[in-house]
Design a protein around this ligand. Structure first.
Ligand SMILES: [Zn+2]
Length: 66
């Protein structure tokens, strides 16, 4: 009989940190491109790279979540 030593290893998930989304915004929420210093379109508390992206992001999507 092979005694298999199976310990109940506590598998921890190290890389599972819940990051709050209150960080400094660096990417456009619409196209996810990094925002540059210039040409930042600020609307509704968020920064977009262009007005186009803002429209894209604010376009009617499924779910009316703010
Ligand atoms: Zn964009």
């Amino acid at each position: 009989m092979a005694a298999e030593e199976v310990k109940t290893a506590s598998v921890a998930t190290p890389t599972q940190q819940a990051k709050p989304q209150e960080e400094k915004q660096t990417n456009c929420p619409a196209c996810n491109k990094p925002l540059k210093k210039v040409r930042i379109y600020y609307r509704n508390g968020k920064h977009y790279c262009t007005k186009k992206c803002w429209r894209k992001a604010t376009a009617p999507k499924e779910g009316a979540k703010q």
